[in-house]
Design a protein around this ligand. Structure first.
Ligand code: NAP
Length: 253
């Protein structure tokens, strides 16, 4: 348990997948959670899972790449849940293609959601953390930050998340705020299912192939990532900042 009673977390892209798992885990640790995704209606399942366990959560619709919507989401979090202590920048999209086929729109969309989104959310959230003298920013990077065929846009965004994280750690540490990144490898979600579909692979076989290349011999689950997010939000991680933790069943998945 992370002992997050009295804390408030905002998790982006929390309608499903890794974001939903992090939101429910932080709620189980005691935090009230703003469940943010593109469409407020899609957040209902995550909010219901949290409230069914006695937790407190609100659904908020926002596109993390649009500054007005981000500012409004943070403002609503503070109005509805009283404060904001923990930000998890998790929202993400893929527009995979080999470089020669990748369009400028593919590039812009991925950079806008992951990197601009993380910047805008951090920018809007930090002032509440500074005011409270305590904060946690957790950014979702990826093993793709190390380079991945067909993912020039995504790899650049996820490497950018690491640089952003380290800079946030340097600038905000004096205010009691830590910033860290989690870099997952293969995690079973709709994102990896969509990748399998795009290359015409059966998802079960796709997972088996991935597992055969992972040192611990299995693919990851959203709960694997949520456990690390829970640690990074906890008091035990008070002196951990500016780090990238690979959650990949091996050194790089
Ligand atoms: P996912 O299942 O595709 O979920 C992503 C969520 O983000 C969706 O609910 C999506 O909403 C939302 N979203 C997309 N664009 C948004 C925007 N502009 N504003 C707000 N929300 C937005 O993905 P996941 O697998 O859980 O991945 C979560 C994070 O982990 C991502 O940053 C991803 O890059 C990273 N990651 C995943 C893996 C993996 O193997 N799965 C590995 C490494 C890193 P819609 O459904 O409405 O589009």
């Amino acid at each position: 348990m992370a002992g997050l009673d009295g804390k408030v977390a905002l998790v982006t892209g929390a309608a499903r997948g890794i974001g939903a798992a992090i939101a429910t885990r932080l709620a189980a640790d005691g935090a009230a959670v703003a469940v943010v995704d593109l469409d407020e209606g899609t957040c209902a399942g995550t909010v219901a899972a949290i409230t069914a366990e006695g937790g407190r959560a609100v659904a908020i619709g926002a596109d993390v790449s649009v500054q007005d919507q981000v500012e409004a989401a943070v403002a609503r979090t503070v109005v509805d849940l009283d404060r904001l202590d923990i930000l998890v920048n998790n929202a993400g999209v893929l527009r995979d293609n080999l470089l020669y086929k990748m369009t400028a729109d593919d590039w812009d969309t991925v950079l806008a959601v992951h990197l601009r989104g993380a910047f805008l959310c951090s920018h809007a959230a930090q002032r509440h953390m500074v005011a409270g003298g305590w904060g946690r920013i957790i950014n979702l990077s990826s093993t793709s930050a190390l380079g991945n065929r067909g993912q020039a846009n995504y790899a650049a965004a996820k490497a950018g998340m690491q640089g952003l994280t380290k800079t946030l750690a340097i600038e905000l540490g004096r205010y009691g705020i830590t910033a860290n990144a989690i870099a997952p490898g293969f995690i079973v979600t709709e994102m990896t299912a969509a990748t399998a579909a795009r290359v015409g692979a059966d998802f079960e076989q796709f997972q088996q192939l991935a597992a055969s290349q992972i040192p611990v011999g299995r693919v990851g689950t959203p709960a694997d990532v949520a456990g690390v997010a829970s640690f990074l939000a906890s008091a035990d991680a008070e002196f951990v900042s500016g780090q990238v933790i690979y959650v990949a069943g091996g050194p790089r998945g």
